[in-house]
Design a protein around this ligand. Sequence first.
Ligand code: ADP
Length: 597
Amino acid sequence: MPSEGNTKVARVWPVIRAYAKAARRYPWLIGIVFLSGLVIELLAIIAPLYLKRLIDILASEDPATATMSILLGIIAMFALVHFGKWAGNRIQVFSINRVEMKIMADLSNDAFRYLLGHSYDFFVSNFAGALTRRVGRYSRAFEQILDTLVYNFLSTTVFAFGAVFVLFQRSMLLGSILLVWTIVFVALQVLLARWKQPLRTARVEEDTRMMGALSDAVSNQSTVTLFAARKHEYSIFGRTVERWRAATMRSWNADAWIAGFQAFFELVIEVGLLVAAVVLWQRGLITVGDFVLIQIYVIGLIDRVWGIGSSMRRIYEAFADAYEMVEVFQKPHGIADAPGAKPLSVKAGTIDMKDVGFTFTGGHPVLSGFTLDVNAGEKVALVGPSGAGKSTVTKLLLRLYDVTEGSIGIDGQDIAKVTQDSLREAIAFVPQEPILFHRSLMDNIRYGRLEATDEEVYEAAKKARCHDFISGFPLGYDTHVGERGVKLSGGERQRVAIARAILKNAPILILDEATSSLDSESESLIQEALKALMEGKTVLVIAHRLSTIMHMDRIVVMEEGRIAAGGTHDELLDHKGGLYHKLWSIQAGSFVADTEA
Ligand code: ADP
């Protein structure tokens, strides 16, 4: 097992590589950002030198004899250097704004595209909320890292080297003091930041816990009210708040101590350099101007080094954030088009599944030796106990997973060898519990065929029996349906999904029948909508309620990943003691008992 240090490094490099790749698209802007940073700091070192010269003249010369033109010349140079610094700052800020936004936009797009390319299985195994957070953090971490590199690390390093270099020219002693102090101060900052880290982590954890407790209570608000448990919730929340308060307090106090240490160190260098400077001045080794120079450098340096410890922490956190997304990038897409894959061409719409075997990663075999031929235009129902593998069959047909054994063909073409987009364009899928985009109903239905006209959308909605309820909304087709479509009833959502599938008009249709019981009116509307949808298509229905599939061309009974029986409803019912008969008896209950009597 790698040590903690190694894993940290292992996480930093992939992030640097990913960011460097994105940054390489803007070499000029990146160059300007760093170059202007360098120039600004060099000018910050140079400007006080003019001040020093000015003060030296003022301190040593008689005002009556001093040459005004020389003094004004020095001031002019001082102003010029400062103006250069000002201009450099503007250039730096505008170029860093520009390049950061460009790169962050690229990173968001890259992350989004790669993420959406991941397989169904990937999304089943990862929380949507966590994934979206990763995309956001990935681009924000770039800003954090570049800002810290430019505004903290680059500026501190250049200024520190510059100040130490200049002071060495003036006096070995002054230069050495500043050098040693800078090194000790940076080291101290790093140590203090490390010491504080666990306290910070504890504060963040308590903060997350408090937010979790809050959202848990808010999302269960109705339960809290109905169980008259507000007082209970007050006390639970109160306890988490108390822990958060204590943890935050410890963290803040640590900050106060760190600031105290630093201020003390600042005092030490100020006094130390003053003493050294006075001694050197008395020996005639430095001037009054040097005195001012030292002060300016020390203040400038303290200003830059002050937050270096927290900058290091921030940059490390930014790397950790970014790594979460890089991890997603490092994972190859689970389902990919075969090299040279051609689009699927569907003329008739036959399906043939040959000896298909399938096992979920790390799971037990779900399908084995599954063979099913569906003729063009045939309507086949898959039935069987829950867990028999019905949904898995449809997922394999849509190539959300690749088969482990055997093959699946549509019109004689292996679906693993055609492009995924063309395969899914040829199949319309109506899921059990359709989820809608938080967009208008018009947009949701048009998703079936993005280039469809408004009239075509209305037409499909009418066929799917949703035109009436949509027209009843004040905003009609412009109504937004709420996150995941929560503002519609189950039956309405189902019909919107059917309208979408009607609009898609794909030759093959997969239907995962809704299990949730609907009122009989919704039920009959859905049946009408489905009838319109199935017309002229090859259809595979996963049926949960046998009453709805009596009129299918063929019923395939599945059990433990195999086909147990097949035939029409009547044929299957004739086989008393068969699985279908048993399922029918359970569902139809007294109805079957009556007919048999
Ligand atoms: P059905 O649709 O007939 O109820 P499924 O095809 O959904 O059955 O499931 C068949 C089997 O596969 C079940 O045992 C189920 O637990 C398992 N299964 C389904 N999805 C996954 C998954 N993502 N990972 C592992 N096992 C799964």
